[in-house]
Design a binder for this molecule. Structure first.
Ligand code: ADP
Ligand code: MG
Length: 234
């Protein structure tokens, strides 16, 4: 279980995250939606240990993450698939995947996990020996997801996985995320694609200017008039 309590994150004098509290239960999928600049990526970076926090706490399975390094957070089972994929373009798809399993625990299971990743993402097996940079945007996003799976995560965090993808590829991407969830991984999905993100999730949170403005069951949020007006153009 992930529990964020009264979190504040600044960039210099700019207060970006302003008192965010949220919780994700084991096996649950939540979507965090909000406009560009709301602070979604900043919040995710704080969870992953890529950005220091000013106050508040982020507790995962009883461990305070704000005191850990990014690598220790991965070791504790929390992995982020970053916005913009961040692959090594000259390395092969398989080499990129194997990089995900650099920590001791996952490394010892690397062969089995790789096999599992190729079952989850069969398109990648065909491309295993190709440089990651030669793949299409959608396929690169799959490599990034595969690399995340290689860490054997308990909680997987996605930062706008559908950005830049065609509607068809977006559907495929959301199907993959649903499959990851079905395999027992807890999911936190950040999206500007509010409709799709909430359709898939159990619960949702709306972030506006660094604060949670709405939260609830995803199905209820999709019916919410304010949300429809602000984010679904209805
Ligand atoms: N490295 C940074 N330095 C200074 N300000 C930043 C930095 N990264 C993001 N910001 C600011 O923080 C705010 C929230 O950005 P971000 O978390 O990326 O929002 P979102 O992911 O919701 O689009 C924006 O106003 C952005 O300009
Ligand atoms: Mg962002």
């Amino acid at each position: 279980m992930l529990e964020i309590k009264d979190l504040y994150v600044n960039y210099g004098n700019l207060q970006i995250i302003q008192g965010v509290s949220m919780a994700i239960k084991d096996g649950e999928m939540i979507s965090l939606v909000g406009s560009n600049g709301a602070g979604k990526t900043t919040l995710l970076k704080a969870i992953s240990g890529l950005k220091s926090v000013n106050s508040g706490s982020i507790i995962f399975d009883g461990v305070e993450l704000t005191k850990l390094t990014a690598a220790q957070i991965v070791e504790n089972g929390v992995v982020q698939v970053p916005e913009g994929r961040k692959l090594f373009p000259d390395m092969t798809v398989q080499e990129n995947l194997e990089l995900g399993a650099y920590l001791k625990g996952p490394k010892s299971k690397r062969k089995d996990t790789l096999e599992y990743v190729y079952t989850m993402l069969p398109d990648l097996l065909v491309k295993a020996k190709q440089p990651a940079g030669s793949l299409s945007g959608g396929q690169q996003q799959m490599v990034a997801i595969g690399r995340g799976l290689m860490t054997c995560p308990k909680l997987m965090i996605f930062d706008e996985p559908s950005i830049g993808l065609s509607p068809l590829l977006t559907d495929i991407m959301f199907d993959i995320i649903a499959k990851v969830k079905d395999s027992g991984v807890t999911i936190m999905l950040v999206e500007q694609n509010v409709q799709n993100a909430l359709k898939l999730a159990d619960r949702g949170y709306v972030l506006e200017q660094g604060k949670i403005s709405m939260e609830g069951m995803a199905a209820d949020l999709l019916q919410n008039e304010d949300l429809k007006k602000a984010y679904l153009g209805m």
